[in-house]
Design a protein around this ligand. Structure first.
Ligand SMILES: [Zn+2]
Length: 398
C-alpha cells in the first residue's frame, strides 16, 4: 500500500510534466541569442516572419560526439544542441562570429525552415549551401568560406533554395584585369647571389641550390614557415601579385605546402599571426585561409595541380580580393583578411619535407608602384620559423 502510494506520488507529477509541456518555451542561451535574432532579421528582410520568443525555441550547450558541432531535434518546440568544446575552440579565433552564425543559421535552417542537407557544389568548387553537412562527401571537410561577398549569397540561398544558381564569385572565368603588374622583387635561385636565404646545413634544416632551384630540406616534425621581409611594406590598399614555383616530390598526400604572405611579429611562433596562405597537397587539394582563423576557408579539388610535380602558385590581390592561380589556371577568389600593411612573403614546408623552389616574384600594380619608387630586386631579409601544421583543424559537422 505504501509502495503504491509512493508510486503515484512519483509518477503523477512526471505525467503532468509531460502532458503540460510548454510547446512555446523559449530558452536560448545568452551566447546564442544574437544569432537567433539575426536569423529573424535576415528572414524578415526576405519576407519571412519568425518570432521564436512567442512560438518557442530551445538552444543549449551539449557534449556532442563524432566531431558534431550542432544538432537539431524536431521536438516541440525545436531544440538545438551546440557542442560546447567546439564553440569554445572557435571562440578564440578570428572569424568566430561568422563561424557561429554559420552554425546557428544551419541548425535553424533545419528547425525553422525545414531544410535538409544539401551537399552540391558551385562551379568553382565552393559548397553551394550553408546546409552542407551530414554524410561525408569523399573525405572533404565541412569548411565553408562563409565570409565577405559569399555570406549574403549563403543567407539568400538558406531562405530560398532556388536563389542565385550561379553567383559571380563562383565563376571559373576570371572577371578582373591582371595586366599592368611590374616585377619588384625577384629571386631566380640560379646562383648563390640569387639564393636569398642563407645556404646552411644545421640540425633543423638544410638549404642548398640544386639545378637552379632552392632546395629546403626540413629535419623537424613541425612545419616550417620560411619567409622574406621586403623593405617597402605593402599597404592593404595596394594591388600586388606574388608567385613561387614549388615542387614537393613526395608520396605524402596529406601534408600541405605552398605560399604565404602577411605579418609575422618578432618572437612569434606563427600560429595565430595574420598570415594569408595558399597551399596544396599531393592529393590534388587546394586550401586557402588566414592563420588567425580556426581553419582554412575551404578545401577544393583542383585538376591543375600536378601531384608531386612542379606547381606555380600565384595570387593577385586586386581591390579587396585575392585571385588564386595554380600553374596559370585561375582557380578561386576570396577576400584578403589582412587589413594592415605587411611585408613578409614566403613558403610553407611540411614536417620533414623537402621542397624545391623557383622564381620567387613579387609584382606591384604599376599605378601603385609609380608612387613608391620601386626598384628591381630591393633588399630582402630572409627568415625561417617552425610552426604547427597548417591543417591543424577542420570544421565540425553540423
Ligand atoms: Zn545539419
Amino acid at each position: 500500500m505504501t509502495q503504491t502510494k509512493y508510486f503515484f506520488f512519483l509518477i503523477l507529477p512526471l505525467l503532468s510534466l509531460v502532458s503540460c509541456k510548454d510547446t512555446n518555451e523559449y530558452r536560448v542561451g545568452s551566447e546564442f541569442e544574437v544569432y537567433v535574432q539575426r536569423f529573424e532579421t535576415e528572414a524578415s528582410a526576405r519576407g519571412r516572419t519568425f518570432d521564436t520568443k512567442a512560438t518557442g525555441l530551445i538552444v543549449e550547450f551539449a557534449d556532442l560526439k563524432d566531431n558534431t558541432a550542432g544538432l537539431c531535434h524536431y521536438e516541440d518546440p525545436i531544440r538545438i544542441e551546440i557542442d560546447k568544446t567546439y564553440w569554445n575552440a572557435i571562440s578564440k579565433t578570428a572569424g568566430s562570429d561568422l563561424m557561429k552564425e554559420d552554425l546557428l543559421f544551419h541548425e535553424l535552417g533545419h528547425g525553422l525552415l525545414g531544410r535538409k542537407h544539401l551537399n552540391d557544389l558551385l562551379e568553382n568548387g565552393d559548397w553551394k549551401s550553408i546546409m552542407c553537412g551530414g554524410d561525408q562527401v569523399g573525405d572533404r571537410p565541412w569548411n565553408i568560406n562563409y565570409r565577405g561577398i559569399r555570406r549574403n549569397y549563403y543567407v539568400d540561398e538558406l531562405f530560398n533554395e532556388s536563389t542565385y544558381d550561379k553567383p559571380e564569385f563562383a565563376s571559373t572565368q576570371l572577371l578582373v584585369d591582371t595586366t599592368g603588374f611590374k616585377t619588384s622583387y625577384l629571386k631566380s635561385f640560379d646562383s648563390p647571389d640569387q639564393s636569398g636565404w642563407a645556404l646552411v646545413d644545421n640540425t633543423k634544416y638544410k638549404t642548398s641550390l640544386v639545378n637552379g632551384r632552392l632546395c629546403f630540406q626540413s629535419k623537424v616534425d613541425s612545419s616550417y614557415m620560411v619567409y622574406a621581409t621586403i623593405s617597402n611594406p605593402i599597404s592593404n590598399l595596394s594591388d600586388f601579385s606574388y608567385e613561387l614555383t614549388l615542387e614537393y616530390p613526395s608520396a605524402d598526400q596529406t601534408n600541405q605546402y605552398g605560399i604565404l604572405f602577411g605579418t609575422i611579429p618578432g618572437g612569434s611562433d606563427g600560429v595565430n599571426d595574420p598570415i594569408e596562405y595558399f597551399t596544396l597537397n599531393n592529393n590534388l587539394k587546394m586550401f586557402m585561409g588566414n592563420r588567425t582563423w580556426y581553419s582554412y576557408y575551404t578545401e577544393l579539388s583542383e585538376s591543375s595541380i600536378v601531384a608531386a610535380g612542379l606547381n606555380k602558385l600565384k595570387v593577385f590581390k586586386i581591390g579587396k580580393m585575392l585571385y588564386y592561380f595554380i600553374n596559370d589556371v585561375y582557380c578561386y577568389q576570396s577576400e584578403m583578411e589582412t587589413t594592415t600593411v605587411f611585408n613578409q612573403f614566403g613558403f610553407m614546408v611540411p614536417p620533414k619535407g623537402t621542397v624545391y623552389l623557383d622564381n620567387f616574384k613579387i609584382s606591384l600594380n604599376s599605378a601603385s608602384s609609380s608612387s613608391s619608387k620601386v626598384k628591381q630586386n630591393l633588399q630582402i631579409e630572409f627568415k625561417v620559423l617552425t610552426t604547427d601544421k597548417f591543417d591543424k583543424n577542420k570544421v565540425n559537422n553540423q
